[in-house]
Design a protein around this ligand. Sequence first.
Ligand code: VG1
Ligand code: CO
Length: 547
Amino acid sequence: MTIMDISTITTQPFSDQRPGTSGLRKKVRVFQTPHYLENFVQSIFDTQTDLKGGTLVLGGDGRYYNREAIQIIIRMAAANGVAKVIVGQSGLLSTPAASCIIRKYQTSGGIILSASHNPGGPNEDFGIKFNTANGGPAPEGVTEAIYTRTREINEYRTLTADEIDLDTPGTQTLGDTRVEIVDPVADYAALMEHLFDFERIRQLFGAGLFSMRFDAMHAITGPYARHILEEMLGAEPGSVINGEPKEDFGGAHPDPNLVHAHELVALTSGRGAVDFGAASDGDGDRNMILGRNFFVTPSDSLAVMAANAHHIKGYASGISGVARSMPTSQAADRVAEALGLDCYETPTGWKFFSNLLDARRITLCGEESFGTGSDHVREKDGLWAVLFWLNLLAVRKQSVAAIVQEHWRRFGRNFYTRHDYEGIDTAAANGVVTHLQARLAELPGSALDGYTVDYADNFAYTDPVDGSVSENQGIRIGFTDGSRIVYRLSGTGTEGATLRVYLEAYEPDPDKQNRETAEVMQPLVTIATALAEIESRTGRKEPTVIT
Ligand code: VG1
Ligand code: CO
């Protein structure tokens, strides 16, 4: 191919291409609008100039429109002078595997195609995200630059060429660009083997006394989990369920929580239950951990990991600190305090952990939304969390429930729940926040149903590494007994608005730590719904999802 074949296509800006919490997410039909995907991709090339002459990693979670989008992006990469594109075979890469490959081969960054836990299919969601050379989601400065470019763009570059064969590993060329199709699992599996004691986990499975199920939810982690859990670690064949990635995730929400992973929940409950259950989401960065008849909240999972990191090969030399997103429970803070570790509270979204990880201020981090991870990559990592737990179970030889209950006795328990009001009117959702904002000044010191407000604010974060400031990250209301209510609006939805209400209550008394979460949280739920005037403002009596 000669340079002659490159064409410059005239286009007009779209006004709605500002990335949210994790990239640009829209309905598939929006991405199929002529020039829509191309404008966003060209805006990445126009602003991320290191990509010219550099290497780009490319892959997605396999949802509907993944393959078409990959072909479009490869052609545009070639037309924009990218020297090499590393693509996951069949266009597949989990989000953590993409991060791993970006780092391992010292590339200039990556484009990940995913709308994560959002449903897939012709009438559902698609998404695109740019990750920088450290493997992490682009920080706000970069996403804002890309967005600014989308508002003024008037042309993009592409070329006419046959489609790349995405299914055969090996190198192909497109003009001066090399396109390398790679095994999506191999590099990631090698990294996991380096971090965890695979021999010990093999013994756990080999003894025949331990059973597990991993629910890939018809999404990207199927091939990763089958290879690592069943082939490398010897988990019984069939331990991985729903392991075939499908373009529409079997028509379900690939969201690993108690509501959407009900099949897995049933397998860990009642008679004949397995000892351990885990699930991951559409793009493989989330995780849910279950023991037999036992649910580990993501906030607790982070805290347990921090308290037990010394048992794990890859972290045995010590961890430097921990971070959690603001709405995540303060369970990790208690561990950090007891162990003398630095602890950071960041806004929601993995991008805020990157600087702390790069500066080695933290080793572990997590979010209440089923995300945990470490400095091994710059994304949250679902299977990593599962392997961490398996390694821990193999070392401590206790059940999941015993480990967590022992943790509560030592550090206290942070009861936790999140109520989501999905698909509400955007103006009504903004009205809730404005209303709460107006009440913040008067709340401290006042009593709400017997709870005394300690502080009330709208969370703002100053990055301790680069000094960048992120404001309006959620309303926090803290009470004198350590309990807390947090409100924020989702930044990943594609229809209307979603109000999230996060609730937390601290219980130091071991005799009271086994109460039902719903019962413990009820007084706070009542306060939270009344204070925000949720019913009158949104017309909703009940949340759509409780996790
Ligand atoms: C949600 C979660 C947030 C997470 C983000 C991306 O964002 O709350 O913790 O980082 O999804 O996760 P929001 O703005 O809708 O609350 V993933 O697995 O969807 O990439
Ligand atoms: Co995800």
